[in-house]
Ligand binder design. Sequence first.
Ligand SMILES: *[C@@H]1O[C@H](CO)[C@@H](O)[C@H](O)[C@H]1NC(C)=O
Ligand SMILES: *[C@@H]1O[C@H](CO)[C@@H](O)[C@H](O)[C@H]1NC(C)=O
Ligand SMILES: *[C@@H]1O[C@H](CO)[C@@H](O)[C@H](O)[C@H]1NC(C)=O
Length: 249
Amino acid sequence: MTASHKPRKGDKSTSTSNSDSSTLRRWGFRAIFLALFIGFCQFANTINDRFYVLTPAELNETVQHSLKLAAALNPNSTNNSEIIISTLIDQLVEKHPEISWQTDFRNKKDWVFNNAGGAMGSMYLLHASITEYIIIFGSAVGTEGHSGRHTADDYFHILTGQQTAYEAGDLTREIYNPGDVHHMKRGVVKQYTAAPETWALEYARGWIPLMLPFGFADTFFSTLDLITLYHTVRVTGKEMIKNLLMGKI
Ligand SMILES: *[C@@H]1O[C@H](CO)[C@@H](O)[C@H](O)[C@H]1NC(C)=O
Ligand SMILES: *[C@@H]1O[C@H](CO)[C@@H](O)[C@H](O)[C@H]1NC(C)=O
Ligand SMILES: *[C@@H]1O[C@H](CO)[C@@H](O)[C@H](O)[C@H]1NC(C)=O
């Protein structure tokens, strides 16, 4: 060990300047690519709002109206997720006929589990394009986890149950009940919980494909549930491509 130690020391000092400059060049290129990528993302962020077809305010109104309608239809509807969801979907279709909606939420085959950030829930995709998606998301047994740090704005309209959340540094929790909107701003991270039988209408707007790595990470590093991955890609990809072909980015 001592014998090989000395020559290596000498080697190092002669080759260091060479490898230093190539390392420098490599990092220089990476920095330029990173700058270009950030520039592109900033540009993309300035144009994505021209592709949106939904507005959070309109959606909130539709949700509020649907909750009232559902409650009138069935006085017990605070507990009846199915009536609330079907009323809401009818209202969405009525208020936004220009959007292509998936409405067959009673078809179990189109529901998929989603594992992300340690939380687990299931979702039914109502509409998805490159810049927007809108899903029914929740869990019959409840869940808890990391919200993810997203490149999109996320609006959680609570339909049933309860969601709680907080940001690191907060000592008290935010509480969201049916009718409340939990707006997860771009880049904000929270720990959240959903009580059993919490279902929400989730609307995300931004660059949706950039959110997918978080959405799939737990599949590769935890659940290894490739069948669910396949179905998620199937229902989401089908919708995005269909909308793209219809000219909806
Ligand atoms: C949603 O609508 C309700 C009823 O109009 C209103 O009280 C509430 O502030 C709205 N929430 C958001 C986030 O806009
Ligand atoms: C509402 O709930 C109560 C108690 O759970 C039940 O007795 C009643 O039949 C329900 N009504 C409807 C319309 O479902
Ligand atoms: C709704 O659900 C809660 C909790 O599960 C229960 O205590 C309550 O009785 C239910 N209300 C009706 C009207 O069924």
